[in-house]
Write a protein that binds this ligand. Structure first.
Ligand SMILES: [Cu+2]
Length: 256
């Protein structure tokens, strides 16, 4: 009885402490628990991956909602692409030409066999809507654009249409608004498309050998027409024979 009473008093003392009172030391053999603060989770910054390029020239996703403090991590897949900011009304044109803070990642390639993935980590410093495009070749005209923090669902649609109506893109210059880096391919948000098989096309020609065998069969058929060929020779032989006789006749006449 004394032991039970003592334990009750200890428990009452602990619960009366003003501090957060972490669960009293776990009894030997009991699991140790910890708690995630829900208020912290609600405000924690996030890393938001966006896959750039691949078999198609795209951003995936092409619409992102991000809070100040989040980091949009662009991960560059197959091809050679950029993340370049434009004004809403100037698709495929670098904002940094007129605003020094206009974002530009520079051109970041990815080829088959790479084990590292190029990244551009862009901290979100404002919830203002951002319009981004790829400045490589005709990618912007092909619709490789995206919007961060759109005010409505129509903005990405209008921005894609605007980009497709342009005739050429203008490249950015300096890397601005983020940090270029790499991550292991195993940690990337994408699995690269299988490499194109260059060998099969080369092997295909050898497969043309069968066609060679096919011609062999037709060759056997011509053997039959060979017989008709023997008949033509006799024909020319006939005309040759009559000619010699006529010449000899004219020669014998003069002497007489
Ligand atoms: Cu591109």
């Amino acid at each position: 009885m004394k032991f039970i009473l003592g334990a009750s008093l200890l428990a009452a003392t602990v619960s009366a402490l003003p501090s957060p009172a972490p669960p009293a030391a776990a009894a030997p053999g009991q699991p140790r628990k910890f708690t995630i603060r829900q208020d912290f989770l609600a405000t924690a910054n996030k890393i938001i991956p966006v896959v750039v390029g691949g078999p198609q020239d795209t951003y995936a996703p092409n619409v992102v909602t991000a809070a100040v403090g989040d980091i949009v991590q662009f991960q560059f897949s197959n091809g050679n692409h950029t993340v370049t900011q434009s004004a809403a009304e100037a698709a495929c044109q670098p904002l940094q030409a007129t605003v020094a803070t206009g974002v530009h990642s520079g051109h970041i390639p990815f080829v088959d066999g790479q084990t590292e993935v190029g990244t551009f980590n862009m901290p979100v410093t404002s919830t203002d809507t951002m319009f981004l495009y790829c400045a490589t070749g005709p990618h912007c005209q092909e619709g490789q654009v995206m919007v961060i923090n759109p005010t409505d669902d129509q903005q990405i649609v209008d921005y894609v249409k605007a980009s497709q109506s342009t005739t050429a893109s203008v490249d950015g210059t300096a890397v601005v608004g983020g940090t270029v880096g790499t991550i292991p391919l195993a940690e990337a948000a994408f699995v690269p498309a299988p490499a194109e098989e260059a060998a099969p096309p080369a092997a295909a020609p050898p497969a043309a050998a069968p066609p060679a065998a096919a011609p062999a069969e037709p060759a056997a058929e011509p053997a039959e027409p060979a017989a008709p060929e023997t008949t033509p020779p006799p024909a020319p032989a006939d005309p040759a024979a009559p000619e010699p006789p006529t010449t000899t006749i004219t020669i014998t006449v003069p002497p007489v």
